[in-house]
Design a protein around this ligand. Structure first.
Ligand code: SF4
Length: 376
């Protein structure tokens, strides 16, 4: 179910049996936002499990004709044209209600987020207008809400180097690339030629290199999805490469998105995912390096390269298992962008959108030992 906010009436909900096409709802006049952001802003009613708000206003450009790419794991993909109203398609597990951008800005300026937003993020899609509309959204935000920094989640397929230079000049703080698939084969199979989709692995890496050069250290990152057939060593090799370039890694556990071409795939293996989360955190924040880690023949981590006591402290802090993404203003190691339940359900959390308590850490430890236990 998707909600349409303030257009032009107060909140209206679209039910699956009550489809209304929304031909006029397109960026830059309209944007979609994550359900968590809409709840935080008080635009839709709702409560999130153990999470009262998000610290990142995640926005998505929107067009009735939708995204022109066809990524096999994505709920927005072109093959989902059976979801007649584009705004009814789910993305990273959750619904993305649509609202007028000016209304969103006015709400934030009036304190509707209760001071919670520490970051705003514009997610581009594969559409001919996505680049120009991102400029419009960015320019307006920087002028109206300069105290909340902006991240751009880019679409390298439709971008050139000058676009990054322009975004930086206009005030974007962080530039990220959703590489998602970490090997050329998996990339091609899930978002390239294998699914008649236009993305190219080399172009994505080129965009990451441009970002490192133009935005600089700590100001760029990559989204990586764990659990699409890669080994732990492969995904951590990419994480180390990004770190060596000066960036950060924003990890997502693979979740079979309803209606996607991969909806029948299993979710990321819990034990594998926990090891990857822990090793990624060691690479990004604890001064570790891939070359100090040991892997078995299946590419699984068998030694994290840290003294036992340090490793135990890190696990007990719970930080490695929280959502990873762009930082807020309080703690560089904790992401403002917590994407509540974007890669899992409350009963089987992969990326914790809140600080772990002792019971959560105990569950994570059991999962790392391979026990079949969820998080509720
Ligand atoms: S981590 Fe969050 S804020 Fe940063 S680019 Fe990704 S979605 Fe946007």
């Amino acid at each position: 179910m998707s909600a349409v906010i303030n257009d032009p009436q107060p909140i209206r909900f679209y039910r699956p049996d009550y489809h209304v096409r929304t031909p006029e709802m397109r960026s830059p006049e309209y944007v979609q936002m994550s359900t968590a952001a809409a709840i935080t802003l008080g635009l839709v009613p709702g409560r999130m499990h153990r999470t009262s708000c998000t610290h990142c206003l995640n926005l998505l450009v929107t067009y009735p004709e939708g995204c022109r790419a066809n990524c096999a794991y994505c709920g927005l993909a072109r093959h989902r044209e059976e979801a007649r109203d584009y705004a009814d398609r789910n993305f990273i597990r959750v619904d993305w209600p649509t609202a007028r951008y000016d209304e969103v800005i006015e709400r934030v300026k009036a304190g509707g987020d209760k001071g919670q937003f520490q970051r705003m993020c514009i997610s581009m899609i594969t559409h001919p207008n996505s680049g120009d509309d991102t400029y419009v959204l960015l320019e307006k935000w920087v002028r109206e809400v300069p105290q909340v920094p902006v991240s751009i989640l880019s679409n390298p397929t439709t971008m050139e180097r000058d676009d990054l230079v322009k975004l930086k000049k206009m005030g974007a703080e962080i530039f990220t690339v959703a590489l998602d698939a970490v090997t050329p084969e998996i990339f091609d199979r899930t978002r390239g030629r294998g699914v008649d989709s236009p993305h190219k692995f080399e172009k994505y890496w080129q965009a990451i290199e441009w970002a490192a050069e133009i935005f600089g250290p700590e100001r760029f990152g990559a989204h990586l999805i764990g659990g699409m057939g890669e080994t732990e060593k492969e995904i951590l090799g990419v994480a180390q490469r990004i770190k060596d370039m000066g960036g950060h890694n924003h990890m997502f556990a693979f979740f079979p998105e309803r209606g996607s071409l991969m909806e029948d795939w299993p979710a990321a293996d819990r034990a594998q995912w926990r090891r990857v989360q822990l090793a990624r955190f060691i690479i990004d924040y604890a001064g570790g390096h891939l070359r100090e880690m040991l892997f078995n023949e299946q590419g699984q981590v068998i030694d994290f390269g840290l003294p036992e006591g340090d490793l135990a402290d890190l696990i007990n802090s719970g930080k490695p298992f929280r959502t990873s993404g762009c930082p807020g203003k309080d703690d560089e190691e904790v992401s403002a962008c917590n994407r509540p339940f974007g890669d899992s359900t409350p009963s089987d959390i992969r990326s914790f959108p809140f600080a772990l308590n002792r019971r959560d850490v105990a569950i994570v430890r059991r999962q790392m030992r391979g026990e079949d236990v969820g998080t509720l």
